[in-house]
Design a protein around this ligand. Sequence first.
Ligand code: SF4
Length: 315
Amino acid sequence: MKLPIFKPFAQTLEDNALDLRRGETHTLQVNTGLLCNLSCRHCHLSAGPGKTEVMERQTVAAVIACARRLSFAVIDITGGAPEMNPFILELLSGLAPLTPRLVLRSNLVAMSGRRREEILALCRVCKVVITASFPSLNEAQTEDQRGAGVFARSLEILRHLNSLGYGREAGGLELNLVSNPAGAFVPSGQQAQERQFRQVLRSKWGISFNHLFSFANVPLGRFRDWLERRGIYDDYVLRLANAFNKNSLAGVMCRSLISVAWDGFLYDCDFNQAAGLSMGGVRRHINDLRRLPEAGEAIVVDDHCYACTAGAGFT
Ligand code: SF4
């Protein structure tokens, strides 16, 4: 068997006398399912059209009940495309009164069709933060990752969000963007990218937003398949490993977050969910979550954790 050319992530931690353990848990991330209108190349969950893994009404109710009995400073709804979940309005309206910060992640182009105005009206009333994927300012690069026509449609939806007050100084509604590299490399600095996106989006298309987050692609799911087909999986993970930054560990999301999957089972983060690694190494359902994990409790790690700790890391 061919040995990987990179050191296991756990070994890197040990060699640096580091440990990855929980701090204060304050965020609940809710994955509404793998159904999506796109099949992006970088998707670590391999989400796409035709996927049947979708959060059902009783799991939505279990998530709302959990948010009621435990306190979360942030609740972050993600997918797949959350807009395609048939119970998204119930989820949003049930969670909004239970947290000071409710976030809806969107690929933008799922925000179309008959239900769009209903979802957006509820988001405005509840001051839901919208965090939208907008990988690149380059149309060809974007469409190579996400499909034909996605770039122009994303711009159109960003303009619509701006017209509703999202991402506008006076609007009081937060609109954030998420970018990621077009291929198998570590992203450049987030602050410089944010400045560039702000300048280009405003000058070329009159679009504004609040913050930009820049993430490395995580070598799982469809992105891992893509790397393996090209024979560059090891090279990519090695590149991430060579950029390991021990200072990034303090800010990785698993230290403060619980990720609940479409079927109600719990993970330390969305990436461990994609890798099938249960929260703290124990398979547990949200119905059984009676207390938040305590500071110092174990987090399950694997080699995909290099994507969170390369360069400036994930925040
Ligand atoms: S992949 Fe998950 S467990 Fe690993 S460092 Fe990132 S957030 Fe933490």
